[in-house]
Ligand binder design. Sequence first.
Ligand SMILES: [Zn+2]
Length: 247
Amino acid sequence: MELIVLGASAAYPYKGKACSGYLIKTKKINLLLDCGTGVLSNLFRWLNPMDLNAIVITHLHTDHFLDIYPLRYFLQYDSIPSFPLKVLAPSGASDFICQLISKKGREQFLELFAFLSINEKIKFEIGHLKLYFHPVPHLVPTFGLRVEGERKLAYSADCSYHPSLVNLARGADMFICEATLQQKDASLQIGHLTARQAGEIAQQAKAKKLLLTHIWPAYDPLISKAEAQEAFDGEVILAEENRRYEV
Ligand SMILES: [Zn+2]
C-alpha cells in the first residue's frame, strides 16, 4: 500500500502547495482521502481521476473538499465515467456542496458523484480495502478513518485532542495526523492538535510511523517535527506534496 501526498497545507495552499489530499494506492484500488484546494492539479500527475475508486471527504471545510468542483468539470467534459464516483462524506454533504451549483447543474453533478453518508456504525469496503470511520472533535462534524488492507493506515482528519484518537491510530503502520499547531499555541482551543499531541497519540497507539500534516503554512515545519519527535519513539515524517511513501 502506498500513500501519495497531494496536499498538506492547512486552510490555504502555501506557495506551490495544496490543501488536504492523500492518494492511497494498492495494485487494484485508488482511494482519495480529502480533496482540498489544489489537489486536483497534483492528482493528475499520478493518475487519470477516472481511475479513482472512491473519494472520502472527512468534513465540510473548504480546505478538505473544494476541488470536487473542478473535478466535476473534468468528469463531465473530458472523461467517460461508466458509473458515478462514490463520495463517502458526512451526511448532508451533497446538499451543502450543491449550494454553489445551479439547479440544472445539480442534476449533472449528482449523476457524476454518488454520495454515501459515513458514520461510525458502517464499515465500507472499497475493493479489498476496509474503511472504518471514527467521529473526531472539530468545529463541524468530522470523521477520522482507518483504511485496512495489506497494511493499516489511520488518518486523523482535522481534530482537537480526545483520548479516543488513540483507538483510531492503534497499531497503524502509518498514522497521518494533523498538526496545525505548535507548543506555543498549546492553550488555544480552536479544534486542532499540536505536533506534540500528534506525537503523544502516535506513541500511545504504538503506531509505526507518524506522518505530520496540515501544519499551519506560516509555521516552520521542522519545529513541528522536533516537537512531535519529543513525544514519539518511532519515525516522524513531514508530509510533502507529490511524494510517495510506503505505508
Ligand atoms: Zn477543518
